[in-house]
Design a protein around this ligand. Structure first.
Ligand SMILES: [Zn+2]
Ligand SMILES: [Zn+2]
Length: 138
């Protein structure tokens, strides 16, 4: 087991290391722990070649820092997005509860004056009463 250190000095262990013998030559390969690119000594590659990978030794540190910042911004945005979604769900739930609660209160008021719940309008706060049976009841 060995570890790869990227240009920012962050270290991750290599989880899969392969070695084989071909034409009497020993080769080794692993997947870059930072980007999963295959790194193989068969192609004379000893470090990650992915131009966007922070473990690529050719990656300038300033560029790597920029990529890292961008990644953390994305993560922050993702967290923010999730949080907003949760807040929206809570708001919808509260709205529903308030609506249901509001209707219950309205219904109590309608019943208290012997009004017709079917014809009364909660949103316009209008309570209708009928002398006889509700015309909409039929
Ligand atoms: Zn890589
Ligand atoms: Zn009615």
């Amino acid at each position: 087991m060995f570890e790869i250190t990227n240009v920012l000095g962050e270290t991750r262990p290599v989880t899969q290391l392969y070695s084989w013998n071909e034409d009497s030559k020993d080769y080794a390969a692993y997947n870059c722990p930072f980007c999963c690119s295959a790194v193989s000594t068969q192609r004379n590659v000893v470090a990650c070649e992915n131009p966007w990978c922070l473990a690529n030794p050719m990656m300038p540190v300033a560029e790597a820092q920029k990529l890292r910042d961008k990644a953390s911004t994305r993560e922050r945005e993702e967290i923010e997005r999730k949080r907003n979604h949760e807040l929206a769900m809570i708001r919808i739930r509260e709205d529903n509860e308030r609506r249901i609660h509001g209707y219950q209160e309205f219904a109590i008021r309608v019943r208290a004056v012997n009004g017709c719940l079917r014809c009364s309008n909660q949103y316009h706060d209008k309570i209708r009463k009928h002398r006889a049976e509700c015309p909409k009841a039929a």
